[in-house]
Design a protein around this ligand. Structure first.
Ligand code: GDP
Ligand code: CA
Length: 337
């Protein structure tokens, strides 16, 4: 079975780790391969280095190297370099860069500088963490630089201004209302090699509980991605990023507010309405009211407190997709298995 998933950072990575665990423990699915289309809208240049936070979170989590409590960055991390940068007064200091993590950014920047594409660099980095051996391919959504910027009000009478997403998210902790999100560079971007094929040729497509606006929403803006999802013969099953209408971590509610939506599982499903077939929501968000009639909604606990519950959630998403696949006209339920 070929599974394709769109993913942001922590929410996506924890779901994908659960997904791989579920596949590995299920004899009929242990040969399944997973292609992850990662968000690169969070990418930023810092101290001359190209930093790709969401790709790295997925890579470290699936590679067993993530800082578990934090959800991103490396376990057993030190911050000697950051201390030196602070001593020089080098800016910015609000973005955490550990020493081990810097190794990744230096290697990436070196290879990009030598002319490799971000896809090629990502494959090299992931090889070290054994992702290919575990049947996981991590693709950046695009090889062109795309950066999410956030429009915020100016101080006093000053006009509105746009700042990098990381400044809004990390430095301001989304404490200033966002008026809009702009994917700078998207007009010149093309899907990275393999991205559209992975959607078109998948047996199952999954949307992990990633941020619907600044993770999944940005990936959906890559030319061709949304059309490929609409046209794909594979069922698309998503997992709600909300529990009782609130994000488990982070500020997804502030992102939904910025685009004029309520923080509900219904509103998030509405963002995917043109291609979503199945939707897992938390028990706490139960009322199945307000969902599109053709959407198959299932309710269960959605807190990924550890690998096991994440594996159970992912397993249910896969089962729902397989069930929906059987109901598709002309679909062969055993294709690709
Ligand atoms: P980010 O790039 O690190 O912000 O990560 P993602 O975009 O992949 O995912 C962030 C979203 O994951 C948050 O908005 C949360 O709503 C969601 N999330 C985090 N932990 C959980 C969880 O345990 N269960 C569910 N359902 N969603 C979660
Ligand atoms: Ca992110």
């Amino acid at each position: 079975m070929r599974i394709t998933a769109l993913a942001g950072g922590v929410g996506g990575a924890r779901f994908l780790r659960g997904l791989r665990a579920h596949l590995d423990r299920t004899p009929t699915l242990s040969n399944a391969t997973v292609t992850v289309i990662g968000n690169t809208g969070d990418d930023i240049n810092l101290f001359g280095l190209r930093v790709c936070p969401d790709l790295d979170t997925v890579m470290y989590t699936l590679g067993g190297a993530v800082h578990e409590d934090q959800g991103w960055g490396r376990a057993d991390e030190t911050h000697a370099v950051q201390g030196e940068l602070a001593a020089y007064g080098a800016q910015p200091q609000w973005f955490g860069l550990g020493d081990l993590d810097l190794g990744t950014h230096i290697a990436r920047s070196q290879w990009l500088g030598q002319g490799l594409s971000l896809s090629e660099v990502t494959a090299r980095l992931c090889a070290r963490w054994g992702l290919p051996d575990r049947g996981i391919r991590l693709l950046p959504m695009t090889d062109s630089p795309v950066e999410t910027h956030v429009v915020i009000d100016g101080d006093g009478d000053a006009p509105a201004r746009a700042i990098h997403f990381q400044e809004w998210w990390v430095r301001m902790r989304a404490g200033v209302p966002a008026r809009n999100f702009i994917a700078v560079g998207m007009d010149r971007a093309a899907a990275a090699p393999g991205v559209l094929e992975a959607i078109r040729e998948a047996d199952v497509i999954l949307l992990p509980p990633s941020n619907p606006v600044v993770s999944i929403g940005i990936i959906l803006g890559v030319p061709g991605v949304r059309d490929a999802l609409r046209g794909s013969p594979a069922p698309v099953v998503g997992v709600s990023p909300l529990i009782a209408g609130a994000p488990v971590r982070g500020h997804a509610d502030a992102c939904l507010t910025a685009i004029g939506l309520e923080s509900t599982a219904q509103a998030v499903a509405g963002l995917y309405a043109d291609f979503l077939d199945g939707w897992l929501i938390d028990d706490a968000d139960a009322p199945a009211l307000g969902f599109a009639p053709r959407l198959e909604v299932q309710t269960r606990p959605l807190w990924m407190r550890d690998v096991e519950p994440a594996a159970d959630i992912a397993g249910e998403a896969v089962n729902l997709a397989v069930k929906l696949r059987r109901h598709r006209p002309g679909a062969n339920p055993l294709a690709g298995e």
